[in-house]
Write a protein that binds this ligand. Sequence first.
Ligand code: GDP
Ligand code: MG
Length: 634
Amino acid sequence: MENTSDNRQENQALTLSKNISMGLLAHVDAGKTTLSEGMLYLSGRIRDMGRVDHGSAFLDTYGLERERGITIFSKQAVFAWKDRDITLLDTPGHADFSAEMERVLQVLDCAVLVISAADGVQSHTVTLWRLLRRYEIPTFIFVNKMDREDADRERLMEELRKKLGESCVDMEAAPEERLESLAVCDERMLEEYLESGEIRRELIRRGVSERKVFPCWFGSALKATGIEKLLDGITEYMEEKRYPDQFGAKVYKIARDDQGNRLTYLKVTGGRLNVKETLDGVEGKVNQIRIYSGAKYEMVSQVEAGRVCAVTGLEGTYPGQGIGGESASALPVLEPVLTYCVELPDGCDAHVMLKNLRQLEEEEPELHVVWEDRLSEIHVQLMGEVQTEVLQRLVKERFGVLIEFGEGNIVYKETIASPVEGVGHFEPLRHYAEVHLLLEPGERGSGMQFASDCSEDILDRNWQRLILTHLEEKEHKGALTGSAVTDMKITLLTGRAHQKHTEGGDFRQATYRAVRQGLRKAEGVLLEPYYEFRLELPLELVGRAMTDIQRMNGEFKGPETENNLAVLTGQAPVSEMRGYQKEFTAYTGGYGRMSCVLKGYGLCHNPVEVIERIGYQADEDVENTADSVFCAHG
Ligand code: GDP
Ligand code: MG
């Protein structure tokens, strides 16, 4: 089996690439930016190591990032190590900016998960681990801050294996021990190890690329120790990727430079990209190709497959877009859960600001900008408070207007309690389309899934495809509150077209109506976002915290005791917990530490109240009607 797939690859005129696009991922403060500085320094790319703490880090280019010492936007740097060219993509670690990070994941060949020896595997680390699995990214682990006195290697390795899996292999262990850990990750390696007592590099490479092995190294980014071993290891164990000769590219980010030029960041995933070229299905023309390193860039006339660059001159491109032979990617998994009303200063024209915000939305698609016609208000959806600060700053810098935000409201979602069938007809005179769908509740966090279970004898394959496209293209609205539906599988059961009278748009109408009819018939379930929290506080205050969590309808484990502090972990609705930070800081008098990450959507704790407050009238939502349309003459 293996051989056939290899042969097939050989026959397709594929080019081997020496490029590696590598992402650094970690919980905030684990030391990603410091590690990037270290890598650039050791590779000779920069002369001095910048310091995050002094506001001089090479990759923290945005003013607010330098001031606050956190990475907000993903950035890149290029350097060479051994025979490989590495493009380093620093990604934001703060939970508020996860969408930005997720877009970068689409173009990574591998990731380095940075774990702080001081904190070990935190819940956000586990979220990142899940994302890396979802995007199938080969992953290396670097345990940072080993210079700290309390760093305990054995214990950390144990924790990695317990929380992330047995396939985490300590690459610095004694050879015998290392080979044994590798052997248990994969049958081929085990076989070879038992036969010869060795494991060839090719097999380890294969294991890494198939995510069967996760090599781990230890060191200190700040003291620049262990970084060379890490880089040697990555170049040793990263398979050289093969790319097709036909041109393809994946867009992962849109931004603007200081002069206001629109930048399309992309990875070339096939053939070559040339300057002055036009691209299939893309407006405009490749004007400049820039290879960014920190805030500076170098212009090139051509980029080969496997490399990441920023292109000027293209219009209408968007993150996730596939160009040429490359296909589009799925929507991000982490979405904003809070919606804010934008408050404008006196004399500021709302429509002009709306246009400006739409421009930013293009760069940050998770920033859902909504014009509330009824209220004449602009609403934006964000991941959290820190992001409002960034947005305020961006708008001030770019458009010279100081906007404020009203209190954030929760973005609710809906699903259904049990399977239901929805039927839609669209049959006005000389039109015809009929669609039958099965709507089933899915697992929590599974999102929307679509399938067909309809014979092609009954409905032509092209019509079926069209129906699936219509299912995927729209955010379907639930009947309880008009919120987007999620965690649902929709299956096309059957449908009918007319030989003469069916036009493309007819199936769109019938499909939308069928979904909506099913949703109206089903028992709706309201969902709300949950935080996963960790509270550390003095022992004598833990009773208070436990009472608070119960009041907020949260759940917790513990308390456990660590270094004379009580630790509570658990989950609670964002709606209840989002204002808690202030209260917590106040009663712990600064001796407590609270961290929250978004866990995802769960059952709403107060559906009756929310439904009443939103006051959505499904019957009056004429844009989302469940009614079929029949020919007036029967
Ligand atoms: P990021 O948020 O993951 O980008 O982390 P930073 O690189 O900004 O580092 C966060 C903090 O940890 C800064 O104060 C760094 O100086 C510190 N730090 C980074 N690496 C190390 C290390 O190896 N050892 C120690 N002791 N501190 C470190
Ligand atoms: Mg950083």
